[in-house]
Ligand binder design. Structure first.
Ligand code: SAH
Ligand code: MG
Length: 208
């Protein structure tokens, strides 16, 4: 990103978000990048969601941001106990406890029949599990609703020689997901080179 570009577009930097971003950076929590969040903010403005489901809360940065940038009721799932506790505190401090429901648990193990249909599903958890999250949760998304997935270009590592076998394996999994969603029937998907790489899949209606 050029210096000039990063000096533009300061619009998402509300004090509460600035503070949380600082905390996340200090503690090495991988939160959504600023331009990715700007993109989501505009999607929220266009889509006007009533319900959002997020997989992967971390400390609640993206959750709180989406609550501030929409009128939606948000359910968010986090399996890491410490992060979930911190998210709970941050959500309370932001005064958003009445619009954000935090569920502590593994998104692949909890009972999904407890969830209402959503306008937006945001998948931002364990990157190797993206196909599983998509398959498990996609039925909750309304026709015309969106599934947004983060980190699909994984720090630009697809263009590099990667020494670590684990990272190569992770990249293979992410690539599998990327091919899977672009091909998945019932959705119109585009992968954008925004933030760390984000997809938007629009759920088609009827038998289109
Ligand atoms: N959405 C956040 C960042 C999430 S980081 C933001 O942009 O602010 C990814 C988080 O997903 C981590 O905190 C990790 O603990 C959580 N996670 C990974 N796999 C999960 C799973 N199966 N169920 C619930 N949470 C999961
Ligand atoms: Mg992310």
């Amino acid at each position: 990103m050029t210096k000039y570009f990063s000096s533009l577009n300061q619009d998402i930097n509300l004090p509460v978000l600035k503070e949380l971003r600082k905390k996340a950076v200090e503690d090495d929590v991988p939160i959504i990048q600023e331009d990715g969040l700007r993109f989501i903010r505009q999607l929220l403005t266009i889509k006007k969601p009533k319900r959002i489901l997020e997989i992967g809360t971390a400390i609640g940065y993206s959750t709180i941001a989406m609550a501030l940038f929409s009128d939606a009721f948000i359910t968010t799932v986090e399996r890491d106990e410490m992060r979930a506790n911190e998210a709970k505190m941050n959500i309370e401090e932001a005064g958003l406890s009445d619009r954000i429901q935090l569920i502590k648990g593994d998104a692949l193990e909890i009972d999904i029949t407890q969830f209402k249909a959503v306008d937006i599903l945001f998948i931002d958890a364990a990157k190797a599990q993206n196909i599983k999250f998509f398959e498990q949760y996609q039925s909750l998304v309304k026709e015309g609703g969106l599934i947004i997935t983060d980190n699909l270009l994984f720090h630009g590592l697809f263009d590099e020689e990667v020494d670590s076998r684990n990272v190569r394996q992770l990249l293979r999994k992410i690539n599998d997901f990327n091919e899977y969603i672009l091909d998945r029937k019932g959705y119109d998907t585009v992968i954008y080179e925004i933030g760390d790489g984000m997809s938007v899949s629009i759920k088609k209606g009827g038998n289109r």
